[in-house]
Write a protein that binds this ligand. Sequence first.
Ligand code: ATP
Ligand code: MG
Length: 756
Amino acid sequence: SSPSAADLLDGLNEPQRQAVLHEGPPLLIIAGAGSGKTRVLTQRIAYQISERNIHPGQILAITFTNKAAAEMRERVGAVVGGRARAMWVLTFHSACLRILRREHELVGLKSSFTVYDSDDSRRLMTQIAREMELDKRTNPRGLLADISKLKNELIDVETAAGAAASDREKTVVEAYRRYTQRLRLAQALDFDDIIGVTVDLFRNHPVIAREYRRRFRHVLVDEYQDTNHAQYELIRLLVGDDSDPEVPASSLCVVGDADQSIYAFRGATIRNILEFERDYPNARTILLEQNYRSTQTILDAANAVITKNPGRRDKQLWTDVGGGDKIIRYDADNEHDEALWVADRIDELSDAGVRPADIAVFYRTNAQSRVFEDAFIRRGLPYKVVGGVRFYERREVRDALAYLKLTVNPDDSVSARRVVNVPKRGVGDRAVACVDVLADTKLLSFGAALERADEAIGMSARAKTGIDKFVKVVQAGRAMVEAGEPPETVLETLLTDSGYLVELEASTDPQDEARVENLRELVSVAREYSERVDMGDFDDGETDEPQSPTVAGFLEQVSLVADADQIPDNDDGSGVVTLMTLHTAKGLEFDVVFLSGLDQGVFPHERSMNDPAEMEEERRLAYVGITRARKQLHVSRAETRSAWGQPQFHPPSQFLEELPRELIDVARIKAPPGLSRPLRPQRGGGGGGGFGTMITSAAEPKDVPVLDVGDRVNHDRFGMGRVLEVKGTGPRAQALIDFGDDPKWLVVRHAPVTKL
Ligand code: ATP
Ligand code: MG
């Protein structure tokens, strides 16, 4: 039977319990990693529904990923049952899209509006940069990043124009103006707009804001440290204040950890926490200090790294589970050596009974995953890389989605341009330019102008025929959408009627075969979506009428897929090892963690080396990585790494060097040249009941001397010594050697020792 809410309270510590039970003024829970913030939030919702009779429909909970939302909904559902469906547990973007789908008219959008993802935005900006005749050094990505910052600060075009001083700023403002117009014409919103337009909606229509406030009496936000200003403002508007006696302020509970703020580049700032205390002067703050995730060793390592950040509120994480295994450090010769060591170590752990599902490998940037993939394939380990070049970024998938988007939103210019001549229909650049002129003179979107291409001046008959074919395909798709056909059916028809599939199937290029498979996969994704809708997964708890699958709904799902949503569920069987960037790892936990690429210039990233603020963010990222581990942490680096085909030398990361020596078991260590530091491997294991620490390596085989007690040896750096003790054999042999001062344990295979 499911646990009752009272049972659940039993497991909580005192401050956690207070956080669950708190009523009244806003509640801010600021606490370190693994202290149960997410758990408290979930519990609080369950408690309010089951013990305080709050209607689930009055709850709005914001999580950082769709996956986290699904988990939270499931956990609450386990306590309160099917009623949990009526809650909104969503990311900021999904929640705002849901609101805008209903209120689109008030913000001047047609019901057919669509979402531009980052690739769509980039295409649009590239086109704008060309029109503005910007010189080649002005990177569209850079412009978009600047515009995104403005939007996250809720600065509109006019305000930005008033403040622009430098040439660069003026260029950005002009690009911003054109970009905004184009999005409007295309009936499209980019990611930042999803939030910003919702804020505008609430600001300009207090009545609507009040309606939502009346509905959501309880607002909760996880990972609060990573909200940006626009998101902050959205919450403020949703919660309101007590000036309206009929609809007093909603109850608000936010949880976060300032030390885990890792999205400054998306506009998140510590300011949100400070602003919170200013805007809600009666707020109550609860601190959680006990950590339930990790061993003390891991927490000490995390503390050692994060305390070096200036200006933070000091808090020390502690646990009562004990010290546990030491951190294992491995210094590889190069990235391949590092990856093979990780793979071999995982192999050993599997032999010792650890499930691959409980293991994760983290790195700083996506590009680092490839070498791990090679090593895992060589060792036959099951794994999944999360992020990187994603399914939805593949050319054929994007083409197919462009067709689909056009059936919903005829004004979507980026999509129309993308596929008007795919497959080839004789619609060249010149024809496109003619359509552009038509669009400009008649004030139409590019998509709408295509439908009136016969009015275009100077276009060849062949191009006109091509455009005509294209328009007919899209219109047929649109008719299917209007008839309520599910997305998988519409998609299949479009792919067939457009000639897209036929062309790929006729091709002898093996890549095209893979493309056909990807399209088949996309159709399956659409079918799965439809099935989930039919099963009620997308009910918003408002109407009793069952929802039906739509193309628009499917596209929305796709546009909101984030890296973290692809993390394998790993529920059945032993699962797979997960490989991901540190950013994606936020909020997650694994028994065993490999923190790789701890090279100065890789992590911390070289870009951050001369910027104290960025360096602080890198440090927080290291803190996030370390605190994901429950039982055992591995840290590794590679002395050289190839970049642009050349080996680059990297000294050890400063974060690696800051880990207290006594917490570390050295599998292999290399001192940077010129710096001769004593090597002090320590004996493995040590309490905590974790996994046995076996120290091995996958470095190139060399002649390993077979040592016995009493043997005399010469070490390249320490000189002459005598073997006191030996354990392990072959590649795993370690020897305790007396060099005259403290005896040292060395992994024989890697120590520069020769037997005399
Ligand atoms: P992060 O900062 O990484 O997001 P968090 O503060 O949200 O971490 P949780 O993920 O909620 O922490 O909790 C970490 C782990 O500790 C989870 O496995 C959770 O189930 C467990 N935990 C939290 N509180 C308790 C408790 N009172 N008793 C037992 N386990 C707990
Ligand atoms: Mg959490």
